[in-house]
Ligand binder design. Structure first.
Ligand SMILES: Nc1ncnc2c1ncn2[C@@H]1O[C@H](COP(=O)(O)OP(=O)(O)OP(=O)(O)O)[C@@H](O)[C@H]1O
Ligand code: SF4
Ligand SMILES: [Mg+2]
Length: 324
């Protein structure tokens, strides 16, 4: 397995108390596979990713438990320089906001080229040629000229392509894309997502795609992990999950996506709000919002039950949920 996160726990010290952002996340992604991580705002998607990348804000953040195995090595036991080496070459991250992730005072050619001069020891001239080649790969028109432009001279969609190029420059084994298309308009979103999926396939990298949009992942992901209040509540192959969710929260998410065959009908919305991470509800954290909740849900934390070899659900009543 390329990456295995096991029972990861992260908390933040805040003025109001300890925020329990990640409360035992377990997920895995293999080479050539795309794992979509889905969940409402604040569910711990980015914090988990930052812990994997080793870029968590510490303090105020603190990893209080769990393991992050990359090709079998627990990254949490490595020294910072070993960690940095892996982060530079074997893993890369794509963020939502390219404008703040790219350096505004360097041309994109210099930034892309730097990947090759610093990490691969290429000459400036060869690095420049590599930069142009990469810009071509992510289909930036007139790459040979545009390599001299600065980030702000590109449109949002083109900038996002440049960030993808930066992430893929050293052909990392693992890429984490955190809401990579959220800031773009819908048609550009689809183009960038298609490009990412195509390159993922070609490079056979493991891709973790973080999103709160269940609509975009159907075509590109192999598996989905659904997060709620810092936990994985359901994990399944994409098509199984779409066909029949095994957790009421996933069902709620699915019922709240606009669908063509539902046009005109009112869209479902999960009632209530995500919980405060300072005071996570007892038992199943979803119980205050769950239409299926019973007494046991208020007292007993559901483990991630094995639904079958491929799927897990953290719901005491996953069978009922699966049966609709
Ligand atoms: N630097 C920080 N300091 C304090 N608390 C933080 C920090 N970063 C994250 N948190 C806490 O962790 C929680 C989970 O954050 P995270 O960014 O992982 O959410 P997310 O699932 O990525 O949401 P979104 O969809 O909005 O990006 C936040 O709601 C916040 O309480
Ligand atoms: S364990 Fe109970 S509250 Fe939690 S999702 Fe299942 S039915 Fe709902
Ligand atoms: Mg986030």
């Amino acid at each position: 397995m390329l990456l295995e996160v096991r029972d990861l726990q992260v908390e933040f010290r805040t003025r109001d108390g300890i925020a329990h952002a990640v409360n035992g996340v377990t997920y895995a992604v293999d080479a050539g596979e795309t794992l979509a991580v889905l969940g409402e705002s604040g569910s711990g998607k980015s914090v988990t990713a930052q812990a994997v990348m080793g870029i968590l804000d510490m303090p105020p953040g603190r990893i209080t438990g769990g393991r992050i195995l990359f090709r079998g090595t627990d990254l949490l036991t490595l020294k910072e320089d070993e960690r940095r080496r892996i982060r530079g070459a074997a893993m890369a991250m794509i963020f939502q906001d390219a404008l703040s992730a790219l350096n505004p005072v360097l041309t994109v050619g210099d930034q892309l080229g730097e990947m090759f001069t610093v990490h691969r020891g290429l000459s400036r001239k060869d690095a420049r040629a590599k930069a142009v080649e990469l810009m071509d790969r992510v289909r930036i028109p007139a790459a040979a000229q545009r390599v001299r432009d600065y980030p702000h001279q590109f449109s949002g969609g083109m900038r996002q392509r440049i960030m993808i190029a930066m992430a893929l420059a050293l052909e990392p084994a693992l890429v984490i894309a955190d809401e990579p298309t959220t800031a773009l308009d819908v048609t550009v979103q689809a183009q960038v997502m298609d490009l990412l999926a195509e390159l993922q396939h070609e490079y056979r990298m493991g891709l973790i795609l973080i999103t709160h949009d269940l609509g975009v992942v159907a075509d590109v992901a192999d598996r989905i992990a659904v997060m709620y209040a810092g936990r994985i509540v359901e994990s399944a192959p994409v098509h199984d999950l779409y066909k029949a969710p095994a957790h009421p929260y996933t069902r709620g998410l699915l019922d709240s996506i606009p669908r063509l065959d539902m046009r005109g009908r009112e869209l479902y919305a999960i009632k209530g709000l995500p919980p405060s991470l300072l005071r996570i509800p007892s038992g199943c954290a979803f119980h205050p919002r769950c239409p299926m909740a019973r007494d046991v849900c208020r007292t007993d934390v559901p483990p991630l039950y094995e639904v079958n070899e491929q799927r897990g659900s953290a719901c005491h009543f996953w069978r009922e949920c699966l049966d609709g």
